[in-house]
Design a protein around this ligand. Sequence first.
Ligand code: NAD
Ligand code: UD1
Length: 340
Amino acid sequence: MNILLTGGTGYIGSHTAVVLSQAGHEVVLLDNFCNSSPSVLERLEKILGKALPCIEADVRETDVVEKVLREYKIDAVIHFAGLKAVSESVANPVLYYANNVQGSISLLQAMQEVDVKTLVFSSSATVYGEPQYLPYDEDHPTKPMNPYGQSKLQVEEILRDLAASDSKWRITSLRYFNPVGAHESGLIGEEPNGIPNNLMPYVVKVASGELPHLNIFGDDYETLDGTGERDYIHVMDLAEGHMAALHFQNVNAGSNVVNLGTGKSSGVLEIVKAFENITGKVIPLQFAPRRAGDLPIYFAQTGLAKEQLHWVAKRNLIEMCESSWKFQELQGHVKGESEN
Ligand code: NAD
Ligand code: UD1
């Protein structure tokens, strides 16, 4: 298949590009580089042994997207392009609705115009909000707690209406849990700008000596060790989940929502221990107050992904930490022991 990846040079998009390209698909990337670097293209070329075409554009440039769909005879689109920082979405909701919702509408307009009607959409477990029960299954009520989550839910709803309006659409919204880790080569991985908000990139920067210590946001939750528990999923498992969704759509029309997680949750201290074991470094810790908007624990019901997509996450916490560390080391950011 010829597959367009919007946001294809970002964290999840670049790993999915590797999986799809190595499976023999023709992959085309489109990105405005607002949260990624063109250097990802060289690194993808190293992994794949060939260059992937990449168009520098915003998904809101409907005519450009339309042209790309025609020119590359695209069969299916995976829509990763979007903004994802929760606190930024609270501070600037218009930015988030403009990019995530307007961006998706623009893409859909282009796809309709060219009659490309197969789409996988990057959604998030954040659409569920406060758990009524756990694990979250796909029928769990949705009540996002911030504009970022709301923007994802709005797009899911647009996609459901679209599929109901025209039986040619094949749409899967994938609700990701907490993606971490990197490609085994260490050439691509997660590269947040500035001080990371998320746990794993923060731990990596403490281990490398770039940040002095990890703040643990809350140690009095009703969880095994008192810290927040999450369903961490290896980004390569997640990438493979997208290919599984495309295969499912080859034989199933309509719209569909599927969780991508492991079904297990880990606490902050468990992550820290695993990381210390792998790197042989001590991660200095400080307990800090709970972070506003954080939930104590959540994880995925994974049955639907297994049944429909024939996909399960295969990689464990060790592989998640090892690959994150390898990526960090290859970036040359690790300070020498003498500097620590
Ligand atoms: P990322 O920021 O690394 O990748 C997103 C890419 O989209 C970036 O390369 C960015 O430059 C590009 N982009 C953003 N807006 C664009 C626009 N208007 N036009 C063109 N390109 C644009 O993020 P990621 O972690 O790879 O996430 C990919 C998708 O998955 C996002 O939609 C995100 O909301 C969703 N998601 C991510 C997570 C996570 O924890 N990483 C969890 C759930 C859902
Ligand atoms: C965050 C987003 C969520 C998004 C997800 C993607 C918020 C409120 N939610 O979720 O919408 O889908 O990222 O992966 O931002 N922690 C620390 N110290 C740190 C960083 C994190 O103790 O420096 C703890 C958190 O309190 C939490 C756990 O680690 O218990 C995971 O945090 P994080 O990686 O930010 O992910 P989420 O909060 O699940």
